[in-house]
Design a protein around this ligand. Sequence first.
Ligand code: ZN
Length: 447
Amino acid sequence: MADDWNNGWSGNGSASTLFTNVRILDATGEYPYTGEVLVQGNRIKQITRGSSRFGSSSGYGGGMSGGATVIDGMGATLMPGMIDAHLHLSWNNAPGIDPIQMMELEEHMLVTMEMAKLVLDAGFTAGRGAAAAKPRLDVVAKKFINQGRFPGPRYLAAGPEITTVGGLGDAAPSHIPHEGLNLGLVVSGPEEIRRTVRQLIKYGVDSIKLNLSGEALTGMGAEETPMSEEEVAMAASEARCRNKVLSAHARSSGSVKQCIRHGIQNIYHASFADEEALDMLEAAKDRHFVAPGIAWLINTARYAEPWGIKPGSPVAMEYERELEMCVDTMKKMHRRGIRICIGGDYGFAWTPQGTNAKDIETFVTMLGFSPMEAILAATKYGGQIMGMSDELGMVKEGYLADLLLVDGDPIADVRILQDRNRILAIMKDGKFHRAPKMNEARRRLTA
Ligand SMILES: [Zn+2]
């Protein structure tokens, strides 16, 4: 029988899976309850409350009408796959911006697929692309993931960030004014931004990302707002007429206001939003999401010394200052009911891909979220920012079967979501990316 368990899971061929004896954390906000979840094809077919009809006697392929594979969760938590609101699959865990951009295209495409697997391995079954290092990396990654040819999260593709001359992403030196040296696509004026947006849409991106503020690590400070109203308006109207969503790197208060004025849905960072910006955002909170990318601030300020950013150095102190502002601003936003999502800027050496669930802990410890609220920021609101609120991010009948089986109670300790040994199974689209090792589970039970 033991061999049957092992061999059975690797095939993953069953069209139906029944999870029994699980505590269902459905991410509606309700406290976890005991029950069963039947997955048929790629969707959640049925949720039954109460203790199992099948007890612990169930086994692979055993006894179910319709031939469902039965997984005895033995009290583990079944919850939605986590969703990162600001993912850069082409950020290659390199020690800085330059080695991301300077990587040659062929290596970069392969590395992007490696990153996609790391993120899925960590229990992230979906993510919204926030920017790509080269025009088609995200588009091709998404295509190959969706075709089932490479493992990775459900993904919405971004293009490179669109930036202004001298803004974040324009790193070309004056004596080599070559566009290929830049992480961003550098524009000046409405016509240039119009052409760039159209080009990216032609390549197949799902969203357009604008760099509306600076960044302490670059030549332009985080509180500067370099893009003109005419440029932002042009980008927004070009994106909208092709039904594309807009995202923005927006640390400064002025850039947050630009997002609201021009209907830019995904506001990334927003650390320096002032009271006027918060009022505007609260009034439009059904149309926007905020993702602070807080791990980037913390780790750049405090944990990047091996890569040349010494804590206490001027740059690190800038990030400490922004972190303090960010914490204050996010607490205010949270009180105002503005939707705040986890995720952001993983993919540097000091914020490696696959550690994305750290945000959930940080939301609890630094931003005052309850564990449940922090988990909703990683699931329910993730489904919404993906544009799939009626089918992704919750355990509900009819929803897509993106599920995690977790050893323990994430509400009691959200940190277990960072431990891949505690994530017993990862299901995406009704298929196991990581099947449960039932022999190990049995050993745990008898131990
Ligand atoms: Zn980013």
